[in-house]
Design a protein around this ligand. Structure first.
Ligand SMILES: [Zn+2]
Ligand SMILES: [Zn+2]
Length: 168
């Protein structure tokens, strides 16, 4: 869903967004991602405020199982024309305005905005459960479901060098 910035009227725009994010877009949703957004334009600066809800497909970084997580977030964002950055050589994003983005060609892609915000709200490493035991490094068994007979040591990589030295 794209909007033309110069067409946002004085009184602003209330947008009901509902789109399914597909697998090939970095983030896949189960069912549609919905958002209620208030969009206002101040000069060529666009302010987006509202709520985003969605059920996102994730893969556990320990046991590789696929799972879903419901995300709800509120956003308060500012978008500036990208040409502004090119013009002012020493453009600096003010420290307190972290949620700042850029648009180009008078066009703002709301799908992109929503996707970015969801991605930013995800943890670096998704876990199906904080207590997830992961996979056995030897046989690959899911240790949440079974206990295998494999013997392995988990060695602190910092101690590995020392151990090699001692075994010489
Ligand atoms: Zn897991
Ligand atoms: Zn094993």
């Amino acid at each position: 869903m794209k909007i033309t910035v110069s067409e946002i009227e004085e009184q602003g725009l209330d947008l009901n967004f509902s789109e399914r994010l597909s697998r090939n877009s970095l983030l896949e949703s189960e069912g549609p991602v919905t958002a209620r957004l208030r969009i206002e334009r101040r000069g060529n600066e666009v302010v987006i405020q509202g709520e985003i809800h969605g059920r996102i497909a994730l893969q556990c970084s320990r046991c590789l199982i696929n799972f879903h997580r419901d995300l709800s977030l509120s956003v308060d964002l500012q978008y500036h024309p990208a040409s502004e950055v090119a013009r002012e050589e020493t453009y600096e994003v003010p420290r307190e305005e972290i949620d700042i983005g850029f648009y180009s060609n008078d066009e703002l892609d709301i799908t992109q905005v929503v996707r970015e915000q969801l991605i930013l709200s995800l943890p670096m490493k998704a876990l199906c459960d904080e207590e997830c035991k992961g996979l056995c490094p030897v046989c690959g068994a899911d240790m949440n479901l079974q206990r295998c007979e494999c013997k392995y040591e988990s060695v602190d990589p910092r101690l590995e060098g020392l151990r090699k030295l001692l075994s010489k």
